[in-house]
Design a protein around this ligand. Structure first.
Ligand code: ZN
Ligand code: ZN
Length: 268
């Protein structure tokens, strides 16, 4: 009997209401006008004796610096799920962008999991280019280097299983070492795609989000994620799409920003 996990999306920040649609697709890939806000999530995987946090979001300083609306810090969101960031043992970092790898200091007991290619990318030659380095906050990258030297970073190269039923898969594309997480749930293998596709529409129309290191790898990544989810679109969780909070059931009426992804969506 394979392990079956509960999976939660924690919506901690947003750009709503105002972000133009054209900023979410490569030039020429969308001719419509209108708002298309981004939401920001971290994710939690829960099993009988196990809790895994996927990404660590950002805090007040980066929210202010980049004009985002912080609804709660990632650590505060975890508290609302009955967890304490200070005692979390396992954190997967999908990549090191500011909105996925901030607040690392809030997880002092954790071992972190990252792709070789992501650490090389975030500390190497590509960062000489402002358009590639802009989504990184250098202090987060330095914190990640400290984790490496402190023995708290576990490296992966390609596909690997961290515990039975939870696997990591390098996609690249958006950053060179972006990885997605595949989790066994009662309704099938769920793929936390992070920024492999920000919006479902990026994937379904093969219209990449414009923040990209390799367009070819990003396009191949759509196919790889679809295969990992066994072809079921409801098992593919986009990284920044407000549809997650709209479609999936919330933890309770009072917690509209905590979504149960292991359950089937309740809206189209
Ligand atoms: Zn990113
Ligand atoms: Zn992101």
């Amino acid at each position: 009997m394979p392990s079956m996990y509960q999976v939660y999306a924690l919506r901690y920040a947003t750009t709503a209401p105002d972000r133009p649609r054209r900023e979410n697709f490569m030039p020429g890939m969308d001719l419509h006008e209108g708002p298309m806000p981004l939401d920001y999530y971290i994710w939690v995987i829960r099993g009988p004796d196990l809790e895994v946090v996927v990404d660590t979001g950002f805090g007040h300083a980066q929210a202010a610096a980049r004009g985002r609306t912080l609804l709660a810090t990632p650590a505060q969101m975890l508290t609302r799920l009955g967890m304490d960031a200070a005692t979390v043992r396992t954190v997967v970092l999908t990549h090191l962008h500011y909105d996925h790898a901030g607040t690392l200091g809030d997880f002092p007991a954790a071992q972190f999991h990252i792709q070789d290619a992501e650490m090389a990318y975030a500390t190497g030659r590509p960062m000489c280019h402002a358009c590639l380095s802009a989504p990184f906050h250098v202090e987060d990258v330095v914190d990640a280097v400290r984790l490496v030297h402190g023995g708290r970073m576990t490296f992966h190269d390609g596909d690997s299983e961290i515990v039975p039923g939870i696997t990591l898969h390098r996609i690249g594309g958006h950053t060179n070492g972006l990885q997605v997480v595949r989790v066994m749930t009662k309704r099938g293998p769920l793929v936390l795609a992070s920024d492999a596709f920000h919006f479902t529409e990026n994937r379904t129309r093969r219209a990449p989000f414009p923040l990209v290191y390799s367009v070819g790898d990003m396009l191949e990544g759509y196919r790889k994620c679809e295969a990992l989810a066994g072809g079921d679109p409801d098992l593919l969780i986009p990284g920044h799409d407000p549809e997650v909070a709209r479609r999936w059931p919330s933890l309770s009426e009072g917690e509209p920003n905590i979504l149960r992804l292991d359950l089937a969506p309740v809206a189209k």
